[in-house]
Design a protein around this ligand. Sequence first.
Ligand code: CA
Length: 263
Amino acid sequence: MGRLVPDFRFFSDSGAMFVPDSLPVGAGCLRIPLYTTVMKILIVEDEPSLREIMARTLQREQYVVEQAADYATASDKLAAYDYDCILLDIMLPGGSGLQLLRELKQRRNRAGVIIVSARDSLDDKVEGLELGADDYLPKPFHLAELSARIRSVMRRHQRGGEECFTAGNVRLWPDSRRVEVAGQALELLRKEYDILHYFMCRPNHTIDKAALAEGVWGDHIDQSDNFDFIYAQMKNLRRKLHDAGADIEIRAVYGFGYKLVLP
Ligand code: CA
């Protein structure tokens, strides 16, 4: 297997890639596909150093990242949780990544899948793509390349190549994590943005706090039964939306959770 030497310059390089070139304002906006979520990625990779640096890079790019170091862990996570994108190594302790891919497709899972594997395994590439993987990234690779492939797969999968979500007078661009209310930029903190993104994908649906916590904070959170931390973030987000003149509202549903109400 190729080795990726940890190089922290990658972080600033790939961070810079997230500055949008020019997004078509007003063009290609679509109204709320229900199947989109805050981007949640599962890294299936047994080499610890590579897995760690991938995870740290993607966390910096605001993804919710989970990790699996072997076949059994990956299989369990894929059965229990939904992911938007899966980065899949082939040679794993306990089994083959291609078998995980087969299981995913049998369950008609909609996650995007990028096979991340050794450069010389052409057979794996062909078989993986035939099994329904979206892309194939040979090792070793540059972390900026990984980020670009993920964004490309996510665009194809989730937004049909579109760039922005609209709900009422609020628009949100996932690639650049930009939000506008009535054409004016709205500054949000990281989790405020994630919550808004989550709800804009699920308008008029009542969302319970546990589902919101898992979708925005990650799998580990569903073990918790205290969701007070959501309340504080939600309060700030609702105030910012209100102050900016948003005509959508995230309403509390007493004893249950929240709901995004369209105008
Ligand atoms: Ca491996």
